[in-house]
Write a protein that binds this ligand. Structure first.
Ligand SMILES: Cc1cc2nc3c(=O)[nH]c(=O)nc-3n(C[C@H](O)[C@H](O)[C@H](O)COP(=O)(O)OP(=O)(O)OC[C@H]3O[C@@H](n4cnc5c(N)ncnc54)[C@H](O)[C@@H]3O)c2cc1C
Length: 538
């Protein structure tokens, strides 16, 4: 048995793990980053890759000064009193400093101008121009060298397109009008943007600092000596990976673990939007040594998706990429609409409604229904706009036939569509106020269509339906303090053990998920973990 000895061991190559690993390497520690899967980047690579960072230096340099007290007010509004005050303020007050540190170690970052504090633009202290949203500067795949082959693929933004680009180019619904020549150039030259770009930026900086990375090595157990964590056992070898100064659990959540999802999320029709290797390993390894877990009062980090059968039933975020566009609605089994479909947060909230008389979820299963005019204009689950609907999308010449095909009450659905079509003609959804929220106005829908950006009739056969699924950032994780140390159920930190990203509970954001706050939290607390470990030499 050979021992491998490092200062810090980091588990997981998503944004949180890469942030922690880079911060440790940047401070001169020897670091071993272990990734259970064969690919680098986890769910972070497939995400939009934004980081919410109030009062950051990039904004100040661009003449877009931000006030930290305003950022704090917004974060507190979002949390609605459900975050741990110290962790919330640690996020807000360290965001800018951590971004500076990342840039000083070579990570290219830029402002995602055009992206507002989108989820709660009505909240006090919110800002609308993107000065708090940071994303990766474009980077070429070749910069990753041999590791580039292992970068996890992404499907939301075309190659080399950032979320800031999407906002500036009129949104995803306007994809038919994006500059095809520019898109082709970026793809040909191997540019990376959004989540892939962020992963590449962090990884390249980490490798340049001498960081060590191993793929296909999943940690299975923590090793203790003298009451502190001093290493991990793994699935691949009997060897212990020894850590002189600590172990950082950045293994994502339990999104791919059906049993833990059932135990903690309690919603049917769940679909994992992240890597299949996200099995809750961090939570399991830590709780077997007394770690405390913490559950968010309400999980607002959920998304509305659908499964793509041709990609191994991969999660696709259709709640943002499709459902808000004119000509699509969501219906339950009664064929009724149940919320403003242009706000995926509302859709997810409505999924939780439980009928106490019938003893079942009222709005699950649910379907997105749309017509052929929609198909002609918009991308279906990421395919280029105007293409024939894929085989896996239910299709029928009439609404009645479609309803029958998907097991929905036909009379109810026909009535619902007739009523909605009138709203679409009048330009006002009298049932749910679709398109009126500040979020919908800023981010969702087809901005080119003004008053009708989210409203369009379903009147052009054939008709189509896609079953909706729920998935996202899980609401339960390890309880951590302001240094990202994992807390014991007895109330003290477990020496040498840290957690960040979705392995840690959302104690900093509480119920108030804001776009960019998840990766932001992972990277910021990952960096704080590495700083604490660096100063805590045993
Ligand atoms: C469509 C979409 C868009 C999103 N966009 C944004 C956005 O713009 N901004 C934002 O803040 N959030 C966004 N999110 C949420 C965000 O992507 C995730 O919450 C975040 O990336 C999680 O990062 P992480 O590092 O904690 O975990 P992950 O990125 O999921 O990485 C965890 C890694 O740990 C590995 N692992 C698991 N177990 C082990 C083990 N035992 N040993 C070693 N390795 C292990 C996994 O294989 C995986 O690679 C988005 C989510 C979706 C679905």
């Amino acid at each position: 048995m050979t021992n491998r000895v490092f200062d810090l061991i980091v588990l997981g190559s998503g944004g949180a793990g890469l942030g922690a690993a880079l911060a440790a390497a940047g401070q001169g520690m020897s670091v071993c980053l272990l990734e259970k899967g064969a690919q680098i980047g986890g769910g972070t690579a497939t995400s939009y890759g934004t980081i919410w960072a109030p009062a950051n230096r990039l904004a100040a340099q661009a003449g877009l000064a931000d006030d930290l007290t305003q950022g704090m007010a917004y974060a507190q509004f979002c949390a609605g009193g459900t975050a741990l005050a110290t962790n919330l303020s640690t996020y807000v007050t360290n965001a800018s400093r951590v971004m500076d540190r990342l840039m000083s170690w070579g990570v290219g970052l830029e402002l995602a101008l055009g992206l507002p504090d989108a989820f709660y633009p009505h909240g006090p202290g919110s800002c609308s121009d993107g000065r708090r949203m940071i994303e990766a500067a474009p980077i070429q795949r070749s910069a990753m060298g041999a590791w580039s082959e292992a970068l996890r693929p992404a499907h939301y933004c075309p190659p080399g397109v950032s979320w800031g680009d999407v906002a500036r180019w009129g949104g995803f619904a306007n994809r038919r009008n994006w500059d095809a020549v520019e898109l082709a150039r970026r793809e040909k030259e191997g540019w990376l943007g959004a989540g892939q770009g962020l992963v590449a930026q962090l990884l390249v900086a980490y490798l340049q600092k001498g960081g060590h990375l191993e793929l296909n090595v999943g940690a299975t157990e923590l090793v203790f000596a003298q009451q502190r964590v001093c290493g991990v056992r793994t699935s691949s070898t009997d060897d212990i990976y020894e850590a002189r100064q600590g172990v950082v659990l950045a293994c994502g959540g339990y999104e791919g673990n059906a049993e833990l999802v059932q135990r903690f999320e309690g919603l049917p029709d769940w679909l994992n939007p992240f890597a299949p290797t996200n099995q809750g390993d961090g939570m399991v390894m830590a709780t077997e040594h007394g770690a405390a877990i913490y559950r968010s009062a309400v999980n607002h980090g959920l998304l509305v998706g659908c499964a793509i059968p041709t990609r191994n039933n991969e999660f696709f975020s259709i709640g943002l990429h499709g459902m808000p566009y004119p000509g699509a609605i969501a219906v339950n089994q009664q064929g009724e609409r149940f919320c403003d479909e242009s706000r995926f947060q509302e859709v997810v909230h409505a999924f939780h409604h439980f009928d106490r008389a019938k003893h079942r979820f009222i709005n699950l299963p649910a379907h997105m229904v749309f017509d052929d005019r929609y198909r002609q204009q918009y991308a279906i689950a990421g395919a280029p706009p105007g293409q024939a609907a894929p085989d896996w999308v239910a299709q029928a010449p009439t609404l009645e036939a479609l309803a029958e095909k998907i097991g929905v009450d036909a009379t109810g659905m026909v009535h619902t569509v007739e009523r909605f079509n009138q709203f679409a003609i009048d330009g006002e959804d009298l049932d749910f106020g679709r398109g009126k929220s500040a979020f919908s106005k800023s981010t969702a829908g087809d901005a080119n269509k003004g008053k009708f950006a989210q409203l369009g009739p379903l009147d052009t056969p054939p008709y189509y339906a896609i079953q909706l699924r729920v998935g996202g950032i899980v609401g339960t994780g390890l309880l951590t303090n302001e240094h990202a140390q994992v807390m014991h159920v007895r109330g003290h930190p477990i020496a040498g053990l840290y957690a960040c990203g979705n392995t840690a509970a959302p104690t900093d954001t509480g119920v108030g998920y804001q776009g960019g706050a998840s990766i932001g939290s992972g990277v910021i607390f990952g960096c704080l973990a590495a700083e604490h470990a660096a100063n805590a030499r045993p």
